[in-house]
Write a protein that binds this ligand. Sequence first.
Ligand code: GLU
Length: 401
Amino acid sequence: MAQAYNNFLSQLERAMSVKDFGTELYGLLRSPMKQIEHQLNVTMDDGSSRTFEAYRIQHNNWRGPYKGGIRFHPQVDLDEVKTLAALMSFKTAVAGIPMGGGKGGVTVDPKALSQGERERLDRAWAQAFKADIGPTVDVPAPDVNTGSFDMDIIAAEYGHPAVVTGKSVEHGGSLGRDTATAMGGWYVLQQLKDRLFLDPEMFTVVIQGFGNAGATFADICARHGVKVVGTSDSSGAIYSTDGIDIAALHAHKQATKSVKDFPGARNISNAELLELECGVLVPAALESQITLENAARVNAKVILELANGPTTVEADDILFGKGIQVIPDILANSGGVTVSYFEWDQNMKGEQWSAEQVDVMLKDHMEKAAEEVWKRAHENTVDMRRGAFILALERLQQAKP
Ligand code: GLU
């Protein structure tokens, strides 16, 4: 079942049917350049040994080293990692950074691992993929359920900080990397909000996924006085018309490990969350959340895709028909990889930039990317997803050897 990858191919074909890039380019981009799979053997705390399936997919490197995160999730499979790798090639092109696209994944439930088991898994990953990664070859980073802890271990195991990004600041990470995905999404939204007729009065926000990107986006909303009326995590969803107190929700989640049963909010289902009336719906969890099945009931003015691949192509058409504007993942969440590139650049030059410098550069990159995408969408009278793919295709074609 290659559902997610087929969705990516449809997105690519739809963009290529708007602007002609020739069949050669399609042929070169429709498959990854390299697929690597390993079985990772990890000694568990009880002395037993377990094997985990691990992947690294290198989709394209015309514009620079392969770049993209490593995901730990029980549902990780080849189709998913291939899809996410391909999206990275388009994302780095939209962001205008000199990197290509790749992705890694391990089929594992990280919640079931102890700290020591997790560390041994990270080491096993680094050892298995050592020959295929490197600062000028392929530069992994965090993704769903991975973070600086894992990146620090991989960097140490490999022996060079620039081999991965998203490290802790003490180990060569960049200031601002942890908040970059959400911050980048916020800057894109600010850049486009007048053109999207986002009336500040109706600018309420619903965030699916109170994880790294989603919770940071909620913090940014709180700082700007924007009301977050609903959010969720893997255990459930909550809703309050009065707006959720985000600082209190962090404390509640810390204490109970879940957003559910938050005082002053109502527990709802994930399906209900996606259909709440709001200004901006922010999918910040996993793929294929807005589909043929529920798209007609989405009640937002704008969708800001902080997750990768949350909307299927069938849903795109329904949303477009309803006048709901989708700010696509390869633009909306490209702030993460943009600051990853800044981190890599600092490591290569032996520099450490200030938080202000990183923020100014991120804002500038995101505003330019948003403008360029909007221009392509407007010129071709298509949605922003096709606009973003067209922009990426232009840049990929230019870089093609
Ligand atoms: N995993 C993130 C993404 O999907 C970041 C990738 C990176 O920083 O290389 O964009």
